[in-house]
Design a protein around this ligand. Structure first.
Ligand SMILES: Nc1nc2c(ncn2[C@@H]2O[C@H](COP(=O)(O)OP(=O)(O)OP(=O)(O)O)[C@@H](O)[C@H]2O)c(=O)[nH]1
Ligand SMILES: [Mg+2]
Length: 483
C-alpha cells in the first residue's frame, strides 16, 4: 500500500536543504501561512514529508509533497551503489535502501524524501542556481535518476546570475526530462500556470487530470478578477453615493457659525466613512487572493484633515499632483472636456490639464482646504415632522472618484503580484500609483459618466459596460503592464 501516492498525479518536491522547496510550493499553491508550510532561512526546517494538494471543491487534482532536503547525498549515493554492486543502480535498489534506512536512520532525511518517489511520485528537483555546482548536487541528481521517475528541474533563481544559470541548465539537462525556472519570490499567476503546464510535459500518463487542474486554476483566477471588479464597482458606487446628514434646528440653520461647525464635523464623518468603505474593500481583496501577511495602511482617519498643499498628502493619496490633475481633469469638468475636444486630443491631456485648473475640477486644487463637499440645507422628515438638515457629500469634483479608483488599482496590483512564498510582512502604502492617468480617452469618458451618475445618486449602481471595462483594467494591472 502506498502511503504517499494516490489516484491524483503526485509530485515530490526535492532538493538540497534550504534551496527553497517549501517556498516554491507555497507560491505555487498560494499558502502564505508558516503554520501550514514552514519556510525559513534556517536549513533543515522541513523534516517530514507533507502532502500539499491542489484541490478544487475538496477534490484533489494534483498532489505535491514537500520533503526534507538531502543532507548527505554523496554518502547516500555511495551506499546505494555498494548495495547494488556492478552496473547502474535501479529503482529496486533505491527501494531497498529506503526500507533499510527508515529503520537504521543513518540516512534518515534521504530515506524520508525518497519514500514517495519509490512509491511512484514524479519529482520536481529544486535548485538555487546561485550555488556553485558541486559533487553533492551531482549525487542528488544521480539518485533521482536511478529511480527512473518522471522528473523536472526547477531553478529557483533567488539572485540573478546568468552565468551560473547557464552552467546549471546544461548540467541538469542530462539528468532531467525538463529544466524550468520558477522564482518563488516573484512568480505570478502566469508563471504558476506555466509550471503546471510543464508538468504535463514530463507526465503524459496523467495528461487529462493535469489539464483539468490547469483549467480550474484558470477559471478560479478569472472568477477572482470578476469578483474584484464587483468589489471596486460596489465600493465606488457606495462611496460616491454616500451622504452624511445632520439634523438641525430651524434657528441654528440661520446661524452661520453653527452651520460652519456642523459642516466641519460632517466633513470628518464623511471621510471617515469613505476610509471605512475603502478598508473593507481592500480586506475583501486580500481574503479573495489568500493573503495573510500583506497588510493595509488605510486608517479610519486617512482622509481626515488633509492639507492638499503638502507633499505628504499627495503621496498618501497615491497620486502626484500632476497625475491627479491629469486624471481628474481629462475626464473632468465641462471646461476640460471642451478644450480637449478642441485640440482633437492631439495634445494628450494638455488641454484638459488646463481644464482641471480652470474647470469644475479646479476647486480641488485651489488653496489648502478639503475638496468641496456638497452641502444642502434641505428638509428631512423625522418622527413625522419636517426638519432642516445639513447633507454632505460627495466632493463636487470627480477627481475624488479617480483618486479612489487609482488607490484601489494600486492595492489590486500589490495584492495580485505578491507571491505567497514570501514570509515577510508587507504593508501596502497608498503611494506610487497613477494607473488612471494612462487610461485612453474612451475608457476615461465611460468611467467618468458612470462616476457622475453615482455622485448624483443614481438608482442603479451596476453598469455592465463599466464592469466589463474594469475587468480589462484589472487584467492590465495584473500583468503589471502599462495601462
Ligand atoms: N530571495 C529569495 N529568497 C528565497 C527564495 N526562495 C526561497 N528563499 C529563501 O530561502 C530560504 C529557504 O527557503 P525554504 O523554502 O524554507 O527552503 P527549503 O528548501 O524548503 O528548506 P528546508 O526545508 O530546510 O530543506 C528562506 O529563507 C526563503 O525565504 C527566492 O526565490 N528568493
Ligand atoms: Mg522546506
Amino acid at each position: 500500500m502506498s502511503e504517499w501516492v494516490t489516484d491524483a498525479p503526485t509530485f515530490a518536491v526535492v532538493g538540497k536543504i534550504n534551496m527553497g522547496k517549501s517556498s516554491v510550493l507555497s507560491t505555487l499553491l498560494e499558502i502564505d501561512d508558516d503554520q501550514l508550510v514552514r519556510v525559513s532561512s534556517t536549513p533543515g526546517e522541513t523534516t517530514r514529508c507533507q502532502v500539499l494538494p491542489l484541490s478544487f471543491d475538496d477534490q484533489e487534482m494534483v498532489r505535491f509533497i514537500d520533503t526534507p532536503g538531502f543532507s548527505r547525498p554523496l554518502e547516500a549515493m555511495r551506499t546505494i551503489q555498494d548495495m547494488h554492486g556492478e552496473g547502474t543502480p535501479d529503482l529496486k535498489t533505491v527501494s531497498r535502501f529506503v526500507e533499510e534506512q527508515l529503520e537504521k536512520k543513518e540516512f534518515e532525511d534521504e530515506a524520508i524524501l525518497l519514500q514517495p518517489i519509490i512509491e511512484g511520485a514524479g519529482v520536481l528537483y529544486v535548485i538555487d542556481p546561485s550555488k556553485p555546482l558541486r559533487d553533492t548536487f551531482v549525487a542528488e541528481m544521480e539518485i533521482i535518476r536511478w529511480t527512473g521517475t518522471a522528473r523536472m528541474a526547477l531553478l529557483n533563481e533567488k539572485v540573478e546570475n546568468e552565468e551560473r544559470v547557464e552552467e546549471w541548465r546544461s548540467r541538469l539537462g542530462s539528468y532531467f526530462n525538463l529544466v524550468r525556472t520558477f522564482n518563488a519570490h516573484r512568480a505570478r499567476f502566469d508563471e504558476r500556470k506555466r509550471l503546471l503546464s510543464s508538468i504535463l510535459e514530463i507526465d503524459e500518463t496523467n495528461r487529462g487530470k493535469i489539464e483539468d487542474a490547469i483549467e480550474l486554476i484558470d477559471q478560479e483566477w478569472r472568477q477572482r478578477r470578476e469578483e474584484s471588479a464587483e468589489f471596486v464597482l460596489e465600493f465606488l458606487a457606495k462611496a460616491l453615493q454616500h451622504r452624511e446628514t445632520e439634523q438641525m434646528e430651524d434657528k441654528a440653520v440661520e446661524l452661520e457659525h453653527r452651520k460652519e461647525r456642523a459642516k466641519e464635523s460632517l466633513k470628518r464623518k464623511y471621510y471617515k466613512s469613505i476610509a471605512k468603505l475603502e478598508k473593507k474593500t481592500y480586506e475583501k481583496l486580500l481574503k479573495l487572493y489568500r493573503h495573510r501577511l500583506l497588510k493595509l495602511s488605510v486608517e479610519d482617519g486617512d482622509f481626515e484633515g488633509v492639507d492638499l498643499s503638502s507633499e505628504e498628502t499627495w503621496r498618501k493619496w497615491g497620486l502626484s499632483r500632476s497625475q491627479l490633475a491629469l486624471a481628474g481633469g481629462i475626464a473632468g469638468g465641462a471646461a476640460g472636456a471642451g478644450v480637449d475636444l478642441a485640440t482633437g486630443g492631439v495634445t494628450h491631456g494638455l488641454g484638459t490639464l488646463v481644464g482641471a485648473i480652470t474647470g469644475a475640477g479646479g476647486a480641488y486644487f485651489k488653496g489648502d482646504s478639503l475638496p468641496e463637499l456638497k452641502i444642502s440645507a434641505t428638509g428631512v422628515k423625522f418622527n413625522g415632522k419636517s426638519h432642516k438638515a445639513l447633507v454632505i457629500g460627495p466632493p463636487e469634483s470627480d477627481n475624488f472618484a479617480w483618486v479612489l479608483l487609482d488607490r484601489f488599482l494600486h492595492h489590486y496590483h500589490e495584492v495580485v503580484t505578491r507571491s505567497h512564498g514570501r514570509r515577510d510582512e508587507e504593508v501596502i502604502e497608498g503611494e506610487g500609483a497613477g494607473w488612471v492617468t494612462a487610461f485612453k480617452r474612451d475608457r476615461r469618458s465611460l468611467i467618468h459618466k458612470w462616476f457622475v451618475s453615482q455622485m448624483k445618486g443614481a438608482e442603479r449602481s451596476f453598469d455592465a459596460e463599466v464592469f466589463r471595462e474594469l475587468l480589462l483594467v484589472l487584467e492590465e494591472v495584473e500583468s503589471g503592464g502599462e495601462v
